[in-house]
Design a protein around this ligand. Sequence first.
Ligand SMILES: N[C@@H](CCC(=O)N[C@@H](CS)C(=O)NCC(=O)O)C(=O)O
Length: 248
Amino acid sequence: MRELKGLNAVISVSNADVILGDQGWSFSENSTHPQYLREICLKAAPKFTGRVTVPVLWDKQQQTIVSNEFREIMRMLDVEFAALSTHNIDLYPSNLQQKIDQTIEAIFAPINVGVYRAGFATSQADYKAAVTELFDHLGRWETVLSKQRYLCGNQLTEADICLFTTLYRFDSVYYSHFKCNLRRIVDYPNLWNYFKDLYQRPEVKATCDLDIIKRGYYMSMTDTNPNQIVPKGSIIDFNEPHGRALLT
Ligand SMILES: N[C@@H](CCC(=O)N[C@@H](CS)C(=O)NCC(=O)O)C(=O)O
């Protein structure tokens, strides 16, 4: 969202280290702020003892956390920062707001969280329920995307950003590491072309790094992957033609 809205000069980014260690998220290559995200969170909430998660939107002037919730930060960058945006793009247009909210909600539990429910399941029944629901919902969006270019119609919206993040990791991480292996995204003609359509936007591509993603998952989760071996595949060409412009 930061790239799409052209907010790079307004909001800086500190990337956490790739591997999530015992002390939580760290910033070993950034000397401009504390080494651990927990220390940063404690500045905002000194009594906090809960999970420290990324992303965090930090207010440098007030020295506090604005938000640490994905969808809320996405909306803030899109709407609250609109006056500072250098790109003329609105991903939450007033005529589609209800549909966008419903779509984001509809994909969150079964898809965005569903892959984690499958991957972290500790019983066959929980795994089966999560995987069944996940692929059921992917199948539904496959049908929707056979008729329209984007999730909410013929323009890119916040809902597409939300689905993109899961689709990007799917074939290389969730399919094997999280056992979401009924199908790959490349096996769904519409989802796959839709994905490439989003990926091939320069602002989207600029934020993507599959090597970092793979190392992050396969090397951090040592209970499921104790030898920290990062698989070589999948061989995927995200730059293939997508043909989606025909739908608009
Ligand atoms: N409430 C947050 C949760 C974010 C979240 O779970 N982030 C993960 C990485 S994708 C994390 O930081 N996990 C660290 C941990 O669980 O220790 C949101 O939905 O935005």
